[in-house]
Design a protein around this ligand. Structure first.
Ligand SMILES: *Cc1c(COP(=O)(O)O)cnc(C)c1O
Length: 458
């Protein structure tokens, strides 16, 4: 018999979560205007809203916090973190920031200007936001396979080289400050990029003399997929794979709330001295002095340990193993989810799950609400509500996919919690034909409506 993976840690401290009844939750979600963002966390049993900053730190991280150095300048916690970042990424310059989007803000302030074009693989919302805020354009060059939930492809985060070359050929080099590769690709469902693709993208960038940057929030999870799926990497360590991957680029931004295993933090790491100097000015303006940039000394200390732990195979095997355990159980029950299962989340395909609910009644939102009412589980709608209205016609935009995302926090929930989620989803799936009606919007903001939108039940 093959041995299953088992969590490579034991539990020293527990945090109780509140159980509640279906009747209570029906009342609470109604009071919250059927918007899951409006629920206070004590009304949620299993919170899968995001995997960002919601993970558990280890005893070694907590211990490191106690020796955090809060000096304004030259903090030893900064120097230690810089050393770990250099060891893992190979990049020589380092600037801490308070989270990932702050790293984007600082770096892009230094190198993006109006009219620029930044090709990449399904840029993350904050990345795209910081590009568009500067009146520049993000061009998505992801492979077509990424957009079909049922197509099996080991590296759905890959860039289509022809699409990329076309953008690089058709625009002057001055307009393209860099190419950005998101590893793993969050917007396409936590799907990895292969080492082969990174190498090819890197050599295309070199031939056009354009820098390559990584949006690295889940770089360790990406390295794990390379080890498991790409020939030639079976026997390499995660740290070797990560180092090789970064060696093909010029720099990175990082949301440490993901693979940094901390609750808040981020950074920029890069090689180009000139870019570093420019970014330093913005870091001081927006974040703080260069040796803390928006982070406490103790948080930098915890991050240094977290980066080291996140790039260990035993950790990743149980982290990604847990996400895939949940996904495989759902697949066995014929519950429609995105294939293959990504690194940090399960995406339920609501178009296939509840086609009986009309699209203009927000079927993915309806499914997410049902999951909350029946199980106290909080996921998030990635569908028509999120896609917002067309800014000109004010009509709803209907994206190709109506998804409910269940993001799994790191080292937080047990396998029993996964089984509980499976059971709740099975019960909903068994009675799905009875779901005929959804929700109507009664109030919404003109932009980014999903955070504050109010619904009523039809
Ligand atoms: C989370 C995330 C960001 C933004 O980071 P924050 O820490 O939330 O500001 C950027 N890119 C990717 C791929 C992310 O997942």
């Amino acid at each position: 018999m093959n041995l299953p993976y088992a969590e490579p840690y034991k539990i020293k401290m527990v945090e109780y979560i509140k159980k509640s009844t279906v009747e209570q939750r029906k009342e609470w979600i109604k009071e919250a205007d059927y918007n899951l963002f409006n629920l206070s966390s004590d009304k949620v049993f299993i919170d899968l809203l995001t995997d960002s900053g919601t993970g558990a730190m280890s005893n070694n991280q907590w211990a490191a916090m106690m020796s955090g150095d809060e000096s304004y300048a030259g903090s030893s916690s900064f120097l230690k973190l810089k050393e770990v970042v250099k060891k893992i990424t190979g990049f020589s310059h380092f600037l801490p920031t308070h989270q990932g989007r702050a790293a984007e803000n600082v770096l892009f302030s230094a190198i993006v200007k109006e009219g620029d074009i930044i090709p990449g693989n399904s840029h993350f919302d904050t990345t795209k936001g910081h590009i568009e805020f500067r009146k520049a354009t993000a061009i998505d060059c992801t492979i077509n396979e990424a957009f079909d939930t049922s197509v099996i492809h080991p590296f759905k985060g890959n860039v289509d080289l022809e699409k990329l070359k076309k953008v690089l050929k058709e625009n002057s080099k001055e307009k393209i400050p860099f190419v950005i590769l998101t590893i793993t690709c969050n917007s396409s469902g936590g799907q990895p990029v292969s080492m082969q693709n990174v190498k090819e993208v890197s050599s295309v960038c070199k031939s056009f003399n354009i820098p390559l940057y990584f949006d690295s929030a889940r770089f360790a999870e990406n390295a794990y997929f390379i080890k498991k799926r790409e020939k030639g990497y079976e026997d390499k360590t995660i740290k070797e794979i990560a180092k090789e991957l970064f060696s093909y680029g010029d720099g990175m931004t990082m949301s440490a709330k993901k693979d940094g295993l901390v609750n808040m933090g981020g950074f920029i790491a890069l090689n180009d001295e000139e870019v570093y100097k420019k970014a330093t000015v913005y870091n001081i303006m927006f974040e703080g002095f260069i040796t803390y940039g928006g982070m406490n000394g103790r948080d930098m200390a915890a991050l240094a340990v977290g980066l080291d732990e996140a790039t260990e195979f035993v950790y990743l095997e149980s982290r990604i193993g847990q996400v895939s355990y949940l996904g495989e159980k759902l697949i066995e029950l014929d519950i429609p989810v995105q294939h293959p299962i990504g690194g940090h989340a399960i995406f339920i395909d609501a178009n296939k799950f509840v086609p009986t609910i009309p699209r203009n009644e927000y079927r993915a939102q309806a499914l997410a609400i049902e999951l909350y009412i029946l199980g106290g589980i909080r996921g998030v709608e990635i569908g028509t509500v999120l896609a917002d209205r067309d800014p000109f016609t004010r009509k709803n935009r209907y994206p190709e996919l109506e998804l409910v995302r269940l993001a799994i926090p790191r080292r937080t929930y047990s396998q029993n919690h996964m089984d509980y989620i499976v059971a709740v989803l099975k019960n909903i799936h068994d009675t799905r034909d009875q779901a005929k009606t959804g929700y109507r919007i009664i109030d919404e903001a003109p932009i980014m409506r999903h955070f504050t939108v109010k619904f009523e039940k039809i």
